[in-house]
Design a protein around this ligand. Structure first.
Ligand code: GLA
Length: 398
């Protein structure tokens, strides 16, 4: 059964009312530009074919009910109670439900500003985005919920506004202090293209990736080491970046260039300096990757992917041994470039690999994990795919 069908049949467990439709939004892989988004910097992610689907039926009262493939027990709240729950009492809501309910809350805050009246809804969510793999299953839930509710509630928000709604849900309803990269990728992704995003202006350029024309595949190596950005390391890294920007007297690390680094080194402690150096050099690597891709195609960006990983491992210190093993093994087995992707502390690494080498690289990585005594990794290819949308009508027949 497809995830869209699962969402429709889950909806049947809530209501007999006909579905108004199904909507879906993708997870993402970040090609390059890690921990640069909340520093007002540059990122270059793409949407993947794994998606979260959502089926929706309007109600004739003002309650919202959600059910999902993560948990069979529905969660039910008065729409008017959302503003009491978020952010202060979010702990009363089971974690998975904070994503869709948080989006409903953030959208209602926008609707309040425009005076739009909204109806209650039943929502059913099913996902084929691996959870905890660093592929942004959370942005996929937020994106699917945002496009569905925006349409049914007639809010007419644009894609960037919907991405902001997703980030607000993640920051305030879930409590993860993340940036806006994942939501923008999930909203704006296009087939065979990356989303080059300036996280200060939120200007985007869709850049053709051309992996398959160049005979390349993008391999994801999910280490199965799970992580959560609402705890610990992510927030600490963010705080270090803010400290570094303050010491340097700039609004955000985006405002520093590589040539500012020697001065930064004299002004701050070693750990803060290395956090700053990662962000400043990573911003430059994003710009270089986009330029190089445009000028010479995807085979030219391998060295930048490798350098990004080294910077995250040694300066930002967000890698784990499983990610390093995946990256090193893939490189030694012939990948053009490899790096961990996403927030770190677990999740997945990516490798750009010649199509004919995919079975070999996969086998070698699996063997290396077995020899190291690690859990078997989940290794698969992804295709740059389209962003959040209403699904084709045939999928919504109920
Ligand atoms: C997570 C966050 C993003 C971004 C990345 C690191 O995926 O959700 O906003 O900060 O980590 O690049």
């Amino acid at each position: 059964m497809t995830a869209a069908d699962t969402a429709l049949s889950l909806l049947r467990t809530l209501t007999d009312a006909p579905a108004a439709g199904t909507w879906s939004a993708p997870g993402r892989v970040n090609l390059i530009g890690e921990h640069t988004d909340y520093n007002d910097g540059f990122v270059f992610p793409f949407a993947i074919e794994h998606r979260t689907h959502l089926a929706l039926a309007p109600r004739d009262d003002r309650r919202i009910r959600v059910v999902s493939s993560f948990d069979p027990t529905p969660v039910e709240v008065e729409l008017s109670a959302l503003s009491e729950l978020f952010p202060a009492r979010r702990d009363e809501i089971i974690e998975w439900a904070r994503y869709p309910l948080g989006v409903a809350w953030a959208l209602l805050e926008s609707a309040r500003e425009t005076g739009t009246a909204v109806v209650g809804v039943d929502l059913a969510i099913a996902s084929d985005v691996p959870v905890g793999a660093g592929l942004s299953s959370s942005a996929a839930i937020e994106g699917a919920t945002a496009v569905a509710l925006d349409e049914v509630w007639g809010l007419g928000l644009d894609r960037v506004a919907l991405a902001r709604v997703g980030r607000r849900a993640e920051n305030d309803a879930v409590g993860a202090p993340t940036g806006i990269m994942d939501q923008m990728a999930s909203m704006l992704g296009e087939p065979d293209a990356g989303v080059f995003l300036d996280c200060r202006s939120l200007d985007t350029e869709i850049v053709h990736l051309g992996f398959s024309d160049a005979g390349l595949d993008l391999l994801v190596m999910d280490t199965r080491v799970t992580h959560a950005h609402s705890t610990g390391g992510y927030g600490e890294r963010r705080a270090a970046c803010e400290r570094g920007a303050e010491i340097m007297g700039v609004r955000a690390l985006r405002d520093l260039a590589v040539t500012d680094l020697p001065r930064a080194k004299t002004l701050m402690d070693d750990v803060t300096f290395r956090r700053v150096r990662h962000v400043v050099t990573e911003n430059q690597r994003v710009l270089d990757a986009v330029a190089s891709l445009r000028a010479q195609g995807p085979r030219s960006i391998g060295g930048l992917l490798d350098a990004s990983h080294v910077s995250m491992r040694d300066d930002f210190e967000i890698s784990v041994p499983e990610l390093d093993l995946a990256v090193d093994t893939a490189r030694n087995a012939g990948a053009i470039g490899a790096r961990m992707t996403g927030g770190g502390f677990g999740g997945a690494a990516i490798a750009l690999v010649a199509h004919e080498l995919v079975p070999h690289v996969t086998a070698v990585v699996e063997r290396a994990f077995a020899e190291a005594g690690y859990a078997a990794p989940h290794v698969f290819t992804v295709r740059p795919s389209s962003g959040a949308a209403r699904d084709a009508a045939r999928a919504t027949a109920s």
